[in-house]
Every structure is written in structure tokens, then in C-alpha cells.
Design a protein around this ligand. Structure first.
Ligand code: TRP
Length: 454
């Protein structure tokens, strides 16, 4: 069902649709790929703890802020931030930086999404008696040239096509139908992994923090992941906020999204680390961790190749929901400007993202493998700059806009919608947006870059 709000913009049809679509943006490679991979390369439970704190103290308030500003302005991110404080169009910079982040993130995200789609294909071949997935499968895929590029192009073409069809129709339906299935499959993975001999070392690794492992770079990575996970700091959730119906209670919706999203990440961690330890692998296995571990877990079950295929099918659906929300930011901006129609905007954006994406993809292969900028290849650089620099700075600015500049009355009015009276949490969220979130982000950024020493 589609509906339109007063300005004739697209809108999510229902409260459940709003929840499902927000969650559809949040849940993606961040949960199943990035969370385990970063946890492994940042030493385990201490990182998980920092991440969880960051979700509650910073992520949640900023998610509320983005939805609130988006719904109040009923505009895409660039136009919304440009108009939120009268005569201070400078805040549109949040939206501009957001456009840049969308491109940087998509550049490496579509590479990884391509691996997921490739794994659907490869595990299906294995299920029908073809070549089984093995230790070399991931490295030869990711390190290849034409193969990962072809998958990446396919992924982008498909996502752009979905975007071209419109907001509520495409996103809501797929998410509502398939997310519960992903959850079930993750739980099956968890049960299998946790019952392997030696699995509990993995549970300890995930949940028994060694606080001495917390360093400036661990904190920045945890902060960046909390933004990346909840799609914050660059206007995705502002844009989605502009599609929220007035009846949606912004804060309770945000709490449910953050909770569900975190649960999915932890379930993914609970599948991967116990298995890594049981099989004697390396927790710091890097970007290949998911792709090397999941097939191993399923290989210990009857019908393993079949389940592996289903797993990657569901993962690819989750990935599409997240990518759609990333492409939606530049597309909504172009359409709002009124110069181009949705399908044209989607096509242009997809093509430009592919151009940048080839750099990320080829930086894993011999072609651009030796090119280094600031000591990093393109894939790592795009990831680092977006998650650890642009998203935190964007989130900081958004907290300031919502907490200090928007004005108390409009802030309260927006949070009250859908409630019978002004909800009690209004004051709490305002205090977090004014003080807690900006201070934490600033301190973690400055400390992480060595400008101050904690
Ligand atoms: N949250 C998504 C994930 O975890 C990725 C994503 C979608 C995103 N939109 C975003 C990340 C906006 C940062 C900003 O996979």
C-alpha cells in the first residue's frame, strides 16, 4: 500500500511499515559482516561493550533527532538541514557531507554485497553437487578482478531498479516478509555453533570484557559502528523520517529499531565466534570472517550447502534494504530539486556509485592492491573516512541542530505526536542531544585522533 502525505511526497503506509522500513535500513551487512569483523579485529568483548554503550548513549538519541527533523521538515536531508534554522543555510552542510558519505559507503558496501550475492550462487552450485565452498573460495573471489566487479555491477543495477520503483512499495514488503526468516536462520546457526566442542571460548570472547583492551582507536571504531549500524550521521534516517506518518511515536519506534538491530548483531556474533574458536580459526580474520565461517558452521549439519544458500539469500535481502536507504539519500535530493524523475535519478546515482566502487573492489586485487592513500587501500580508506570521521561529525552536528537550534517548542511538538500527552522521555532525549551525545562524540574523536589524551 502506498500513501502520500500533504505535499504529495511518498510516505510509509503504516506504523508497522515505518518500523519495518527503518529496520530494513538498519539491518544489513553492518550486523552480519561488519560487527563480527570489527569485534574480532578490536579484541572482542571490550569492543562489544563500548559498542553497546555507544548505541544507547549516542546512537538512540541521534536516531530520534534524525527522524524528528525529517518528519518536521518533510524534506530530503540536504534541503531539511538547509531549512531547519531560518537564515542559517550553512547546516545544509550536514546534508552535503551526507551525500559524500553515501557514495563512500556504497563504494565498499556494494563490493561486500557482491560477495554475498556471489555466495548465494556458489553455495547453490555446491548444494546441487557442484564444487563445495572451501578455504580458498573467499580469497579468490574478493581478490579477483572481473568476478567481484561483475557482482558489484549486478548488485547496483538491482538496487537502483528497486529505488526507481518508489519508496513504500519496494522496501516495506520485502523487509516485512523476510527479516523474521533471517532471524530464524541466525538462531539455527547459533545453536549449531554453540554446540560445537570448544565453542564457549567464543562466548567468552564476545561477552567477557578485558577493559585494558579499550584504546582510542577501539572507541572510535565502536562509535563509528553504532552510527553505521543505525544508518546515522548522514541523512538516511532524516530522509526516512520525512516519510514517517504523523501517528508514529518517534522515540518508542527508535528504541524498538535499536533493540532489534542490536539483537541481530549479537546473534551473528554468537554464530561466528564460537565457530571460529571451535574450528581453531582467527577471530581477527578481517573482512572474510563471515564468508569463511558461515559455510563451515553449516558444513557440520545435514543439508549444509542448502542452508548456506538460504542464509546468503536472506543476507542479500537484508543488504538490499540497507543499500536502498543509502541510494535514497542522493535520489531524494535530486527528485526534491525537481530536475529529474526518480528512475533517472536512481540510474545516475547507481552509475556514479559503481565508478567509485570499482576503486574499492580493485584495491583488494592485484590491479590496485599496492595503491595506498594515508597508509590505506581504497576499500579501507572509504570505510574509515565514512564511519570514523564523517558519520561521527555528522551525528554531532545533527545532535546540535536538534538539541540547541531547532527550538524547544517544535522539538516537543514532534515528539508528542502519536502520544496522548507530552511523553516523559522528552526531557531525557533533549538532555542527551544537548550534552551527552555531543560531548562523547567530541571527546572520542579528539582522543582517537591523538589531539587530546584521555
Ligand atoms: N545500517 C546498514 C547496515 O548495517 C548500512 C547503512 C544503511 C548505513 N544506510 C546507512 C550506514 C547510512 C551508514 C549510514 O548494514
Amino acid at each position: 500500500m502506498t500513501s502520500t502525505n500533504k505535499k504529495g511526497r511518498d510516505a510509509f503506509a503504516s506504523g508497522l511499515g515505518a518500523f519495518a522500513a527503518t529496520l530494513g535500513s538498519a539491518i544489513g551487512l553492518g550486523n552480519i559482516w561488519k560487527f563480527p569483523f570489527l569485534t574480532g579485529s578490536n579484541g572482542g568483548a571490550a569492543f562489544v561493550l563500548a559498542y553497546l554503550l555507544s548505541v544507547v548513549l549516542v546512537g538512540l538519541p541521534v536516531l530520534v533527532a534524525e527522524h524528528l527533523i525529517g518528519r518536521k521538515m518533510r524534506l530530503d536531508a540536504v534541503h531539511a538541514y538547509g531549512a531547519v534554522v531560518p537564515k542559517q543555510g550553512i547546516w545544509a552542510a550536514i546534508g552535503w557531507a551526507g551525500l559524500l558519505s553515501a557514495f563512500l559507503i556504497m563504494a565498499f558496501y556494494t563490493d561486500v554485497a557482491g560477495w554475498v550475492f556471489a555466495y548465494v550462487f556458489k553455495s547453490a552450485v555446491a548444494a546441487f553437487g557442484g564444487k563445495a565452498l572451501g578455504a580458498g573460495t573467499f580469497s579468490s573471489l574478493a581478490g579477483g578482478t572481473w568476478e567481484p566487479l561483475a557482482w558489484q555491477a549486478g548488485v547496483l543495477a538491482m538496487t537502483s531498479a528497486i529505488i526507481a520503483l518508489g519508496v513504500s512499495r519496494g522496501i516495506e514488503k520485502a523487509t516485512k516478509a523476510l527479516m523474521p526468516l533471517l532471524l530464524i536462520l541466525l538462531v539455527i546457526c547459533d545453536i549449531r555453533a554453540l554446540t560445537l566442542p570448544g565453542a564457549f571460548a567464543g562466548v567468552d570472547y564476545l561477552f567477557k570484557p578485558d577493559l585494558s583492551k579499550i584504546t582510542g582507536s577501539v572507541l572510535i571504531a565502536a562509535l563509528g559502528l553504532s552510527f553505521f549500524k543505525l544508518s546515522l550521521g548522514m541523512g538516511t534516517m532524516t530522509t526516512y523520517g520525512s516519510y514517517l506518518p504523523d501517528g508514529t511515536r518517534i522515540a518508542p519506534n527508535a528504541v524498538r529499531v535499536a533493540l532489534a538491530d542490536t539483537i541481530v548483531s549479537l546473534l551473528a556474533g554468537l554464530a561466528i565466534f564460537p565457530a571460529v574458536f571451535a574450528f581453531g580459526g582467527q577471530p581477527a580474520g578481517g573482512p572474510g570472517l563471515l564468508f569463511n565461517t558461515i559455510p563451515l558452521i553449516f558444513s557440520r549439519m545435514p543439508g549444509g550447502a542448502f542452508f548456506t544458500t538460504i542464509f546468503f539469500v536472506l543476507a542479500s535481502v537484508a543488504t538490499i534494504g540497507a543499500m536502498v536507504s543509502l541510494i535514497e539519500v542522493p535520489v531524494a535530493w535530486m527528485v526534491e530539486k525537481g530536475r529529474v524523475k526518480r528512475p533517472v535519478a536512481a540510474c545516475l546515482t547507481g552509475t556514479a556509485m559503481f565508478a567509485l566502487g570499482t576503486l574499492a573492489t580493485l584495491s583488494q586485487s592485484a590491479v590496485l592492491g599496492s595503491v595506498r592513500l594515508f597508509g590505506k587501500g581504497f576499500f579501507d580508506l572509504f570505510d574509515f573516512v565514512s564511519s570514523n570521521v564523517l558519520l561521527p561529525i555528522g551525528a554531532l552536528a545533527i545532535a546540535v541542530v536538534a538539541g540547541w537550534l531547532l527550538g524547544r517548542k517544535p522539538f516537543e511538538a514532534e515528539l508528542r505526536k502519536g502520544h496522548a500527552a507530552q511523553p516523559w522521555h522528552t526531557k531525557v532525549i533533549l538532555a542527551f542531544l544537548r550534552f551527552v551525545a555531543p560531548v562523547l562524540i567530541l571527546v572520542i574523536l579528539l582522543n582517537g585522533f591523538g589531539i587530546i589524551r584521555l
